[in-house]
Ligand binder design. Structure first.
Ligand SMILES: NC(=O)C1=CN([C@@H]2O[C@H](COP(=O)(O)OP(=O)(O)OC[C@H]3O[C@@H](n4cnc5c(N)ncnc54)[C@H](OP(=O)(O)O)[C@@H]3O)[C@@H](O)[C@H]2O)C=CC1
Ligand SMILES: CC(=O)C(=O)O
Ligand SMILES: [Mg+2]
Length: 548
């Protein structure tokens, strides 16, 4: 067949079968096989989508580890993107822990070893001055979402250099799987400025620049070039900053949040999910938000991000902002964050209150009597029996959120929190834990993870082409997530909507966020009469398209 005779400029033969966006494998119809030169390149049988899904499930069942399943699924995405999404969307409870936390963490730790085919764009600092040119190498021209990292703080696993690319890929998988953002409009990006991880620098299979991290002006200039190049090459694109160390994460957000469409997921997305969890938890305790006190273990991007948004929501509930902030206390490696400390960063200062720099977290609990503790320290097991028992003594229903990822870095397990609080803890963790049986009750731990926020906010931003992403949008998202938690969920101990229904939950959240975007005047499309109908019309669904 000549190129000119191919309908729609679609590639033919092997080129078509090797294009993950268009490939349908054995589900190509007879007419498509004839039209695109596929006859003889596959068995004569014609599969349905359901049959292809069934075969994938059979093959997955034969894998004995989650890492094996991760590798298999990512290879499937390289081969047949529709089938990849059909698979993971068929059972989010089963597949989310594989494409996302905790398995993605283990995958990043060995990324140079398990890598099959590069995905996304790698920007080495040695290519300074060429970023726009490199972005143009990407085959898709209408990119709406970039998730970018420099790999310095990958989950709670520290500096993984370019091995951290698994995170932008995983996050973008969830934009599509959890909210229907079209996958061809998303792009994972790795900023490679080197790594300070000695083991990786010594590893012959490590694929990044083998140099220590560039910092200071050269780093800032490179990021500036990146942000400007995105505006030039993909003018309708929103940038999600992900897993940067807080020394860069906080200044980058401050520098760009009022200049371009962007947000930081660890700061703002996490804050949204925490506010949602607290609002839902208060439906269990029946206590007002304005009477809560929170103690954070960890005073970095996530801790200060949550404290900021929580204070704003408490302020909206009637407290003066200063009083709201005074109800949020941070505790880091040096102890309680107090006014007299001279080692604090400016973003921690709003939460540095009067008092003694207590060195023990349990002591801080006795002194401050928090109603909730939130773990964002990446320190495994830091919520000890003493800590949980103190919380359970001080509160009828203590709020206990060990948010650190992956599972191996969680501040406590669901079982520990429930056991040590006699089943009274209102619990949610960053990575999933199985249900726990306490007495005659089965308690279902919620997953307090920004996955309830960023895909939904992303869908709204994509559909409205929002020119900025504001804290107001995250507060709206948080309230919308909390509203979807039913009484039956709360009775089972669940303070987030069940993960099994995350796609529909995200649509409902996106509708509210889109309304907020129109209200704030940030939309770049006309306001539709029916926002929900409009949002649904923009969503991508995993089914093979007719090529003829
Ligand atoms: N569930 C979710 O959706 C999310 C979870 N997270 C998780 O939260 C964790 C932290 O992320 P992030 O805030 O970005 O990281 P940061 O590095 O910015 O912050 C970590 C904080 O923990 C403190 N810390 C380290 N060791 C201890 C210790 N032994 N005792 C008390 N505090 C300690 C650090 O102090 P210092 O700076 O002095 O070392 C720092 O303040 C990660 O595990 C991440 O996976 C993050 C985002 C979303
Ligand atoms: C969930 C997430 O963004 C993190 O752990 O960094
Ligand atoms: Mg993150």
């Amino acid at each position: 067949m000549t190129k000119a005779s191919v309908p729609g400029g679609i590639p033919t033969g092997m080129d078509l079968m090797q294009n993950p966006r268009l490939n349908k494998g054995t589900a190509f119809t007879e007419a498509e096989r004839e039209a695109f030169g596929l006859i003889g390149l596959m068995p004569e049988g014609i599969d349905t989508e359901e049959n292809r899904l069934k075969r994938i499930m059979l093959q997955l069942a034969k894998k004995s580890t989650d890492m094996g399943r991760y590798i298999f699924l990512q290879s499937l995405a390289d081969n047949d993107r529709t089938l990849f999404y059909k698979t993971i969307m068929s059972d989010p409870v089963r597949f989310m822990p594989i494409v996302y936390t905790p398995t993605v963490g283990a995958a990043c730790q060995t990324y140079g070893h398990i890598m099959r085919r590069p995905k996304g764009i790698y920007l080495g600092i040695n290519r300074k001055g060429r970023i726009a040119e490199i972005l143009r190498h990407w085959p898709e021209k209408d990119i709406r979402f970039i998730v970018v990292t420099d790999g310095e703080r990958i989950l709670g696993l520290g500096d993984l250099g370019t091995n951290g690319m698994g995170i932008p890929i995983g996050k973008l998988n969830l934009y599509t799987a959890c909210a229907g953002v079209p996958p061809r409009m998303t792009l994972p990006v790795m900023i490679d400025v080197g790594t300070n991880n000695e083991a990786l620098l010594r590893d012959p299979l490590y694929m990044g620049l083998k140099q220590s991290r560039v910092r200071g002006k050269d780093y800032d200039d490179f990021l500036e070039e990146f942000v400007q190049a995105v505006q030039e090459v993909f003018p309708r694109c929103c940038i999600q900053f992900e897993d940067f160390a807080n020394v860069n994460a906080v200044p980058l957000l401050e520098r760009y949040r009022n200049r371009v469409s962007c947000f930081n997921d660890d700061i703002q997305g996490t804050a949204g999910v925490a506010v949602a969890g607290v609002l839902a938890a208060l439906r269990i305790t029946g206590k007002p938000l304005t009477e809560q006190r929170f103690l954070f273990l960890g005073a970095g991007s996530a801790g200060t991000g949550i404290a900021n948004l929580l204070s704003q929501v408490m302020h909206q509930a009637g407290l003066p902002l200063e009083e709201a902030r005074a109800r949020c206390h941070l505790f880091d490696i040096e102890g309680l964050v107090v006014e007299s400390r001279n080692d604090l960063a400016s973003f921690q200062r709003p939460f540095a209150h009067k008092g003694e720099q207590l060195r023990s977290f349990a002591e801080a609990i006795e002194a401050l009597k928090p109603t909730g503790i939130i773990g964002v320290s990446a320190v495994a097991k830091a919520f000890t029996q003493e800590v949980i028992e103190a919380m359970a003594r001080l509160n009828e229903r203590p709020i206990v959120f060990p948010y650190s990822n992956p599972t191996s870095h969680a501040e406590c397990t669901a079982e520990e929190a429930y056991k040590w609080s006699e089943g009274r803890a209102i619990f949610a963790s960053g990575s999933p834990f199985p249900p726990v049986r306490i007495g005659d009750k089965t308690l279902v731990p919620g997953q307090g993870n920004n996955v309830y926020i960023f895909p939904a906010v992303g869908l709204a931003v994509y559909a409205t082409e929002a020119s900025r992403v504001t804290d107001g949008m995250f507060i709206t998202a948080a309230r919308a997530v909390a509203e979807q938690v039913t009484q039956a969920d709360l009775d089972a101990g669940l303070i987030y909507p069940p993960l099994s229904g995350i796609l529909e939950a995200s649509v409902q959240v996106a509708v509210k966020v889109a309304a907020e975007i129109f209200k704030e005047g940030q939309a770049r499309v006309p306001e539709p009469e029916d926002i929900e109908l409009y949002i649904r019309s923009r969503m991508w669904r995993p089914s093979y398209k007719q090529l003829l």
